[in-house]
Write a protein that binds this ligand. Structure first.
Ligand code: TYM
Length: 349
């Protein structure tokens, strides 16, 4: 008997270099989940155009992101990986879901408020961003959505939209659960705000060892530790938090003690961290270099992924249209076969 596996869906924007926040908060978890679940992952280019962007750069960004994702372990035989705009059903379902989404809920979204403060001309697309995200998830009737902490509110809204739609048109969409992994909120180089492309505080996933060394050197450590001879407090230091992820338990223990006793300075501590990040990510970087030489292979993965995704997407969308009373088939019904002519009765003589 074949058991239907539960389905996982998640998305990532092609809006800059993939960074350690994306990797630890989402991608690493996505790869692990492919072992246990039917996994569908999407490069959400339609989301990326809701804030100012360069059209000439978008296509390359999509391909670069695909390279990073495949290199991280999301190969075509483990999951379905595709680009959102290649499956037009996302935008169509988003429109249908807009009709059951209260305006006030969208205006209350924290990410909308944050982004609108940074942008001069706020578009309706930015406001409706979470509805498109709900469409992404509900189109595949996903059970689980692995994301970082910053997406929790969008997931709650997705559940609310599913509830409202189901109440009005009948049960179709399962309410998906957010799956928040261990790297739920990775801090940036400033050690204060979330690591984010828009904050300019990221450690890129595919940086070379030399680049990593230079970037990590700029990280803020315990602000109270002014001089090399001052003891530090690892618990308030983001460099130490990253050591916990990338260094061995024995090394972490040693660094903790040496920091507290001023036995190690921040410069050396950062150099060790940069080396450990470089070592752990070396296989990803090497695979990415190979994939960059083979853009046709990357395109093929995305093409096949979209074909696979569309099979599910079409089915869900057709059902949603139908339940909402939108009958799209206006082809004339085939004419009924002509009735056989009555047998000719001979004229009476
Ligand atoms: P995006 O592109 O900003 O980020 C992709 C994933 O990376 C996680 N993440 C982080 N996790 C921990 N610490 C950080 N500093 C950090 N920065 C980013 C995010 O939580 C996310 O899981 N709206 C989404 C994309 C999206 C989506 C979807 C996600 C569109 N449709 C459907 C899930 C399901 C976003 O902007 O992610």
């Amino acid at each position: 008997m074949t058991e239907t596996r539960r389905r996982v869906f998640s998305g990532i924007q092609p809006s800059g270099d993939v960074h350690l926040g994306n990797y630890l908060g989402a991608i690493k978890n996505w790869v692990e989940l492919t072992e246990r679940y039917e996994s569908i992952y999407c490069i959400v280019d339609l989301h990326a155009i809701t804030i100012p962007y360069e059209p000439e750069e978008l296509h390359d960004r999509v391909l670069d992101l695909a390279v990073a994702l495949i290199a991280s372990g999301l190969e075509a035989d483990r999951c379905t990986l595709f680009v959102q705009s290649h499956v037009p059903e996302h935008a169509e379902l988003a429109w249908l879901l807009n009709t059951v989404t209260p305006l006030g809920d969208l205006q209350r979204m924290t990410q909308f408020k944050e982004k609108s403060e940074r942008i001069k001309a706020v578009s309706a697309g930015l406001l409706n961003y979470p509805v498109l995200q709900a469409a992404d998830i509900l189109l595949y009737r996903a059970d689980l959505v692995p994301v970082g902490e910053d997406q929790r509110q969008h997931l709650e809204l997705t559940r609310e939209i599913a509830r409202r739609w189901n109440a009005r048109y009948g049960e179709l969409f399962p309410e998906p659960d957010a799956l928040i992994g261990p790297g739920r909120r990775v801090l940036g180089l400033d050690g204060v705000s979330k690591m984010s492309k828009s904050q300019n505080n990221v450690i890129p996933l595919l940086a070379t060892p030399e680049e990593l060394d230079a970037i990590v050197r700029t990280a803020v450590t315990d602000p109270a530790r002014v001089a090399r001879v001052d003891p530090g407090n690892p618990n308030v230091c983001n460099v130490f938090a990253l050591h916990r992820v990338f260094s061995s338990p024995a090394e972490v223990e040693e660094i903790e003690i040496r920091c507290q006793t001023a036995g190690i300075g921040c410069v050396e501590c950062k150099r060790l961290l940069a080396g450990n990040i470089a070592d752990e990510l070396a296989p990803v970087r090497e695979r990415a270099l190979e994939l960059r030489e083979r853009p046709d292979l990357v395109r093929e993965v995305l093409h096949e992924g979209a074909e696979r995704a569309r099979v599910i997407a079409r089915e869900t969308l057709a059902e949603a249209y139908d339940r909402m009373g939108l009958r799209r088939n206006m082809a004339p019904t085939p004419a009924a076969p002509a009735a056989p002519a009555p047998a000719a009765t001979p004229d009476p003589a």
